[in-house]
Design a protein around this ligand. Structure first.
Ligand code: GLN
Ligand code: ZN
Length: 757
């Protein structure tokens, strides 16, 4: 049995590519130095995989920014506004990735979108009626040759024709079906060229096949490959799927002339069933994704062996594979110098996953697999009781019943009580929580972290910032104030650090987009709240003003979605544990005189399953109750707010209303407030603050502009349900634009108020 992987992280063990690219962007290094840094990473990865015993090593998984963008450049699908700048090839590419502002012109970047159900983001290719899809790039051939020169015949990986056409945005009247012939020709040319270069396997990544497919989608997929595969010559072609199962097109996949089919046995909940029920074609190789490419835990060899032994009954040729590209996990444990061995031995980053593949291969090749040292060590590891069990938390959650998820009295009655209590004006104004995190705030926090500043000095510093922030909001005339979140580095990491059950890594960076990486905290044990996390800051802030001060928390679903989750308990259980901790904080805030509490669920939509049919059962059925559990214990006169960072929630609008918050604020300005119609049609009950301006840009919105937005809002939503606020937190903004923006916002709300009387 052979082994392979779908792709390897390209940022470098210590994010070398990020630092080199950013230097290049700032003009500090030459293009040749950037190219050199990239090559060093590629050759390092190649050697590492070779030494780890990977049999079929991928190439072209390297990218200077994003693999989908690479494919657009490969296939000539580059909007003219970028090529017209007259820049070098690489700079044209970066212009499409990041936008360009300079002497040659001023263009925005291509749109960026979440890559399936991951936290990675890809650049959305644009295709218009004039686009001519054809093979124009050479990077994939160059990288194949580079590896060959270094002694490895690799498996080039390319986004497949179907997925590429599905991901593209069509600007004109033509649609994907109009590009079948051109696209098939381009992919045929790719295969022909690889035939000449002597490639054995070529991997076409087709993750779009795991999404719900319509009859037209299946037709598109078949037509493309019926045209491409007859031209494959001596090259063997893999249809590589990941992030789920291929229940809608399994038969097509089996019937088409692919030489290999890659299936995901980690996230594909029906993958095994498909193989068992429909069999697997005798003449094809099964690339079996059995090592999790998304999480950081050691593989459980006993489980893996079970899957493989099932598969062996149906497939005669199996290659052991990761479930998806290793892009989604950090590079190597070698740099985790501070993590205790008792934790570390349970971890496998990309490099360690290579070893796992080799070990599984070795075990499978042995006459008595269960006797091998590798197997025995692995079983011992997995049978160790997990530290960090919290019986009190377990017991509390086991006793939950319907009433824990139901806040009483019901919404309308609470709304009345709260209107009386707060006596806020019409169109109350507020912000989403954070105020500008200036260099001073960041450096003081870092200094405190390093122990250069004492706790008490740090705390006085934060109090001073809060006092200034409250005074500023009073002066501007906002109605519901915030403390500004100066004590937080990040809305998830901050809570992770306060909660028991979380652990933190040092260098576990994962690419989020381009040169941006994130370092998600790890859920290790049962989550519990050892002590209040935010109460002292909120209480201090409230003591400075007579206006209501919003308590500010992150919700359980968002905290979980931005962490590496446990695999030994369900996501639902983890979410409820976090919810219990946040609930305790909510009750503590309430007991300490905080009358309005915002629980952010910025990332609620992010982990919505790829298939609509899985939405409820696999996600919403626990995510929404977890949120309800957070606030079901508060008094009717306490007002619960939530905030979401996107406006595309038309399809889950009922579920959002079911979170039963009293007020929700969300991003709406960039989508031109189109969500308002959806709210209206669905009789949305929760009070709403659709963001009236975009905080992602330094632009200051005028009072008139904001008034126009309020006007639009009021046409569709009853005025007494409306709030006026920016569309997200202000932490990435500067004071220079924040003060005039909020001043205009308050004045616009005042005028709208007066006109309404
Ligand atoms: N309260 C958070 C803030 O203002 C919300 C951040 C977010 O929505 N991503 O920063
Ligand atoms: Zn937001």
């Amino acid at each position: 049995m052979k082994t392979t992987i779908i792709g390897y992280p390209r940022i470098g063990n210590l994010r070398e590519l990020k630092f080199a690219s950013e230097k290049y962007f700032r003009g500090e290094i030459k293009v040749s130095e950037l190219e050199e840094a990239a090559k060093t990473i590629r050759l390092y990865n190649l050697k590492l995989q070779k030494n780890s015993g990977v049999d079929i090593i991928p190439s072209n998984d390297f990218s200077f920014y994003d693999g989908v963008l690479d494919t657009a450049f490969l296939l000539n699908a580059v909007p003219e506004r970028y090529t017209a700048l007259g820049l070098s090839k690489l700079d044209t590419y970066f212009a499409a990735a990041r936008g360009y502002q300079g002497e040659k012109g001023d263009v925005k970047a291509l749109a960026m979108k979440k890559w399936y159900n991951t936290n990675y983001h890809y650049m959305v290719p644009e295709i218009d009626d004039a686009t001519e899809i054809k093979l124009v790039g050479t990077k994939l051939f160059d990288l194949f040759s580079e590896a060959l020169e270094n002694g490895v015949k690799t498996k080039p990986v390319i986004i497949g024709a179907y997925t590429f056409l599905k991901l593209a945005r069509y600007k004109g009247t033509k649609t994907a079906a109009d590009f079948i012939a051109q696209t098939a020709d381009a992919y045929s040319a790719i295969l022909a060229k690889f035939g000449e270069l002597g490639a054995e396997w070529v991997q076409f990544d087709e993750p779009s096949l795991v999404k719900d497919m319509t009859a037209d989608d299946i037709k598109l997929f078949n037509e493309l490959y019926n045209k491409i595969l007859p031209n494959k010559g001596s090259v063997k072609v893999i249809a590589q799927t990941y992030f789920g199962d291929v229940r809608d097109c399994y038969n097509s996949l089996c019937n088409l002339d692919f030489d290999g089919i890659g299936l995901d046995f980690i996230e594909g909940k029906k993958s095994l069933e498909l193989v068992k029920n429909s069999g697997f074609p005798k003449d094809k190789t099964l690339f079996a994704g059995v090592v999790n490419g998304k999480n950081i835990w050691r593989n459980n060899y006993a489980n893996t062996l079970l899957i493989v032994s099932e598969l062996k009954k149906f497939a005669s040729d199996i290659v052991l594979n990761t479930s998806c590209s290793l892009l989604h996990v950090p590079c190597t444990l070698a740099n985790e110098t501070k993590l205790e061995e008792s934790y570390k031995k349970h971890f496998a980053y990309a490099e360690e996953k290579l070893t796992e593949l080799a070990e599984i291969k070795k075990i499978l090749g042995s006459d008595s697999p269960a006797e091998t040292a590798e197997y025995r060590n692995n079983s011992a590891l997995h049978s160790e009781p997990r530290s960090g069990r919290n019986e009190a938390v377990r017991k509390r959650l086991a006793e939950l019943c319907e009433k824990d998820f139901t806040r009483l009295p019901e919404f309308a009655e609470r709304e009345k009580i709260q209107k009386e209590r707060f006596a806020l004006p019409l169109f109350p104004t507020t912000t989403i929580g954070s105020f500008p995190q200036t260099a001073e705030v960041k450096s003081t926090r870092n200094a405190h972290r390093k122990g250069e500043i004492s706790d008490s000095d740090y705390e006085s510093f934060i109090e001073k910032k809060i006092a200034d922030c409250v005074a500023l909001q009073e002066e501007i005339g906002l109605d519901v104030l915030v403390h500004g979140e100066f004590e937080r580095n990040d809305m998830v990491e901050y809570f992770g650090e306060c909660l028991d059950g979380y652990i933190f890594t040092e260098k576990a960076w994962v690419q989020s987009y381009g040169t941006r990486c994130v370092k998600p905290p790890v859920v290790w044990g049962d989550i519990s709240r050892a002590k209040p996390m935010t109460v002292r800051w909120s209480v201090y802030a409230q003591s400075l003003t007579k206006k209501p001060m919003k308590g500010m928390l992150t919700g359980p679903v968002t905290i979980l979605n931005w962490s590496f989750p446990r695999e030994d308990i369900s996501l639902k259980e983890s979410a409820l544990q976090i919810a219990l901790a946040i609930r305790e904080e909510v009750l503590d805030l309430e007991a300490n005189g905080i009358s309005i509490i915002q629980v952010d669920e910025a990332a609620l939509r992010e982990k919505l399953p790829l298939r609509k049919s899985d939405w409820k059962e696999d996600y919403l059925d626990w995510a929404i109750p977890a949120f309800r559990f957070v606030h079901s214990g508060v008094k009717p006169e306490t007002q619960i707010h939530t905030h979401m960072c996107y406006s595309e929630f038309a399809d889950i609008i009922k579920d959002i209303d079911d979170m039963d918050a009293d007020v929700i604020t969300f991003e709406a300005s960039r989508s031109d407030l189109t969500i308002l119609d959806v709210l209206k049609e669905n009789n949305f009950r929760t009070e709403v603050g659709p963001g009236v301006y975009d905080i992602h840009s330094p632009r200051v919105p005028s009072k008139e502009e904001i008034k126009a937005a309020i006007g639009k809002m009021k046409e569709r939503i009853p005025a007494e349900k409306l709030w006026v606020n920016p569309d997200c937190g202000l932490k990435t903004r500067g004071n220079a634009e924040t003060v005039p923006s909020l001043t205009n916002l308050v004045n616009a709300a005042k005028e709208a108020r007066n006109e309404n009387c």
